[in-house]
Design a binder for this molecule. Structure first.
Ligand SMILES: Nc1nc2cc(Br)ccc2s1
Length: 227
């Protein structure tokens, strides 16, 4: 998979080149390109934003600059992803769906966002998804891109060690992952649940499912199927 990110704060994306993702790049599983939006500006101040039509607070990112950046970075077969608080929710299912894409391009907005015509124009030739990381507002899209890239690329075979761990992920079966334990058996007078020491794999699996259901009921009842 190739991933390109257009941003005015390239340094935010440095973590993509570190640790596991850095190893996946070395292994040829991933390619990253980070592009400074200002290389497509032409005024002496390298302006990327302007006042919003209709008034209101803040600034809006200029269509001309973004249009030329996406023309240069985003080919017709790529999926263009725009992190925005106004987007559709990013979920594990989104990460699964994106993980088989050949090329993702992320457009990192700042300020009050990007002129909508940038995405209306892009949609004439590429698939565009405006996606939210959650019901909160960041300063820019870069942090959202880091989270979305990690959630997506970890699902690509070979990027993380144990593929079995995906099956146990939270959300992979629609439920939250239950509690985990490791040695010692007793720690600060707290004991590991005896079933986990029983060696009975059927009982362990049943207990873990019950724990996932209980945790999901408690924390995310919205994830439970309708009765
Ligand atoms: N939750 C999110 N907040 C923001 C803010 C900006 Br500005 C751009 C993208 C996103 S995604």
């Amino acid at each position: 998979m190739r991933i390109d990110v257009v941003t005015i704060f390239s340094e935010y994306l440095e973590p993509l080149k570190a640790a596991l993702l850095g190893k996946a790049v070395d292994a040829g599983l991933l390619e990253f390109g980070v592009h400074d939006l200002r290389q497509w500006t032409y005024d002496v101040h390298h302006s990327v934003d302007d006042a919003p039509y209709g008034g209101g607070p803040g600034m809006v990112m200029k269509p001309q600059v973004w249009g030329e950046a996406l023309d240069a970075v985003c080919p017709d077969d790529a999926l263009l992803v725009v992190p925005t608080p106004a987007g559709r929710p990013f979920t594990q299912a989104t990460a699964q769906r994106w993980s088989i894409e050949a090329h993702l391009v992320f457009a990192c907005g700042r300020y009050e966002g990007i002129d909508q015509r940038v995405f209306d124009d892009a949609a004439r030739r590429v698939r565009v998804e405006e996606v939210s990381l959650g019901d909160f507002v960041l300063i820019g899209g870069e942090v959202a891109v880091l989270a979305m890239v990690e959630a997506t690329t970890r699902l690509i075979p070979g990027v993380i060690g144990n593929p079995q761990s995906h099956q146990d992920d939270s959300f992979s079966d629609g439920l939250l992952e239950g509690p985990s334990y490791t040695r010692p058996k007793v720690w600060r007078d707290l004991e590991v649940p005896p079933v986990l020491l029983s060696g009975d794999h059927g009982k362990v699996a049943q207990w873990r499912h019950e724990q996932s259901l209980e945790r999901t009921r408690d924390r995310r009842p919205d994830l439970l199927p309708d009765d």
